[in-house]
Write a protein that binds this ligand. Sequence first.
Ligand SMILES: *[C@@H]1O[C@H](CO)[C@@H](O)[C@H](O)[C@H]1NC(C)=O
Length: 432
Amino acid sequence: MLDFGLRSLVSLLALGGSLLPASSWASPLKLHNDVRADSWPYGPLVTSGRDMKNARGDNVVYAGTNWPGHGEVMIPDGLRYQSIESIVTKIKSVGMNAIRLTYAIQMIDEIYANNGKDTTVKDSFTKALGQTNGPKFYSDFLAKNPSFNDSTTRLEVFDAVAAECLKQKVFVHLDNHMSKAAWCCSTNDGNSWFGDRDYNVDNWARGLSYMANHGKNWPALTSMSLRNELRKPDGSASSSYNWQNWYTNIKKGTSAINSANPDLLIFLSGLDFDTYITPIVQNTALTPGSGKFSTADFEGYTNKLVLEIHNYQNSANNCNSLKSSLYNSGFQALHADDSKTVNVFPVLLTEFGFDMSGNAWQGTYATCIASYLAEQKAGWFIWVVSGSYYIRSGRQDYEETWGLLKHDWSDWRSSAYIEGGLKPLAKATAQG
Ligand SMILES: *[C@@H]1O[C@H](CO)[C@@H](O)[C@H](O)[C@H]1NC(C)=O
């Protein structure tokens, strides 16, 4: 039974600490004069067994929502309807403490192609939406967010979101959702798997590294993922779709992030749209080879790795079987006492969600997931905060019925769910 917490204690002791009660573990970190440890989010975060902890030794549990920024405009959605401040305020007001902020590698590729200069938001709206709606949406964006101007770049919008999150004490988890900016995910979108049509592995690793480095200016940024929902692509890249190649590429991605910014937690996601990551939990062969996950491959940062899975078994009609499914797909890693658990990690449900326009929130799926997360004291991000997208699948101003917010992002779509479902879930789980 491997316990990453033990390793992090050992490394703290190696830094000159003494064997103190668990509540004092954080003190050796202060020897580094790390000012960040003196104010929220009290980073850098580390893992200790099944928990994420801040530098003071307190547990951190994300309870939050996805906030997409990987669409064609390549800035966080909703800003033509509301200000960054009002959206973050809304998120915070119901007890959520984190956002999973998504971006596309295309943004970074374009920065490199343009001698390090990012595209302006103004140009990006026009490129994505055309000559009619581009300028119109952009002027809405400026009206709602008057601190921006014609020279504001896409990354500066991400900067402003991260700065507002710091102000309001909302953790930022940065998620690479796509290579080519667009709605995700299908098996024929060219972004499914390493080497797929629009998924260049070197550009991906370069993009992770760029954002990890850039994120040093975002104190609220505490973790990054490698890639959203890896899946078997249609076409020729499918022959390499397996756990063995997953591992080769995952090591490349984690190393890209950790060498650029060693403070960040790094989330590992599984196969089949990130619906399971069991071979890492049970330490079985990464097929078709016989190699296995090994902490030796993450030397110096084994206490930075976290697992994430997604669940969209929305038609579930039996809560016990849904809970077993969640457990067997990854949450088993929270349970060191299970004889089949070899690697203990924190595990988060970084996507789940349902239509907000009806009573789905009272159905088996939504209530079962909520009770499971509360029982496990596990972190989560609901899909999705967006009441609408600038563009999705070719349709502009796309209505998102799964959105927590209404079309114009002004208020909750289902206040019944917020009061009766989401707030209690956030209260039962959020820490930090
Ligand atoms: C334009 O906005 C950027 C931030 O997006 C800011 O740094 C810059 O100072 C602004 N320029 C003017 C002239 O207000």
